[in-house]
Design a protein around this ligand. Structure first.
Ligand SMILES: [Zn+2]
Length: 65
């Protein structure tokens, strides 16, 4: 397992690597800003990410809140 940081919002994730006998394609997106964190195509390696630190600094504060 290794860490990965969203380059857009800075949220931190634990990245888990999964290995399968069959090939697959997919991607993992940031839960905060929906930016793609990692993608794979026609590969026996897949990934999943678990949110460790949520950062919302990129979000504009709501007026009047
Ligand atoms: Zn993000």
């Amino acid at each position: 397992m290794r860490d990965i940081t969203c380059h857009k919002c800075g949220s931190e994730y634990y990245l888990t690597v999964h290995r399968f006998s069959g090939k697959s394609s997919g991607s993992v997106r940031c839960l905060v800003c929906r930016t793609g964190l990692v993608a794979w195509s026609n590969s026996t390696t897949a990934y999943s990410a678990k949110l460790k630190v949520r950062r919302t600094d990129h979000l504009k504060p709501n007026a009047g809140s």
